[in-house]
Design a protein around this ligand. Sequence first.
Ligand SMILES: [Zn+2]
Length: 373
Amino acid sequence: MKNGFIYTDAYLDYDYGPTHPLKIIRLKLTYELIRAYGLLDLPAVQTIIPRPAKEADLAIFHSRDYLNILKQANNGRVRGSAYSYGLGPGDNPIFPGLLDWSLLVTGATLQAVDFVARGEGEIAFNIAGGLHHAMRSRASGFCYVNDPVIGILKLLGQGKTVAYIDIDAHHADGVQAAFYGTNRVLTISLHETGYTLFPRTGFEYEIGEGEGEGYAVNLPFPPYTDDEVYVWAFEEIVPPLIHAFRPDVVLTQLGVDSFYNDPLTNLQLSMIGFEKVVRRIKELAPRWVALGGGGYDLSNVARAWTLAWAVMNGIELSEELPKSYVEIAAKVGIYEKELRVGPPPHSQSKEIRNEVGRIINYLKKTVFPKVGA
Ligand SMILES: [Zn+2]
């Protein structure tokens, strides 16, 4: 069985703007670190160059009106109504080629989905994907097109059951909204609580509606939650639900803005906790479509997704970063030389542990019986 890594340097043709926190260069750095460790030369690895999706692929989720606006915005300009679709200066800037960028990222996710669904391989990783905030008719949180939703819809169309696990620091609001009323997709989002972070949703009591009641799962963490409490909560909630739901495919969003030094968020994860979670997902996922996500410290992104790709391939990496990568990274002001840069020493407060324990118990009482866990 092969594992597919989806990547193209064509991502670098696009730019959210000089002051925007989402830097597309992070994808190139990740690719370079993966390559430098030799993780694209493994016999079981296939590198796949993505093709752009077609507009019709986007239309299985997004509205016609919204797609028309994105088409106009692709030239870098739109008429006045763009604001009502979430576009404009700020989080979702109108930059030249934004629809082309979205088509390319979504195409990469669809190729990852096809690779796994056709049985060409067990795992595919699209580091550019995971743009989980986009809504049917609205751009949000740096996301214009919701590639996870489109990937999941494609899998549903082939009769597959899908579990979605999202470990980005932000709530997976767009994906949750798309499947809130169905029991054909189990969505699980672990994130910093909406009391302190965008998009201000994802509370434990959001559990789905109608047939979907129990199939939307939210595990919100207080600011400063660290590896120990995070991994404990993941273990209490995620494996029992996945075992009960028995998905054909697990689709994950592996955002790394949950790290202690991420500039946009307040969680306290490190590479150690992230690695534990990724290892656990590998054990749980019969077929696995892995997507990227948030991550605003460039060095974290490259190191964490390289580690994730190593875990996917059952490879242990040396702590010392390869020299060829260190030289490339230095050109963009990154001077770290080690893979696992540790978390700052601190002890988790009792209040945080108690609050997370309360949420775990709440989910065990409400969603576990619905899903049969
Ligand atoms: Zn995020």
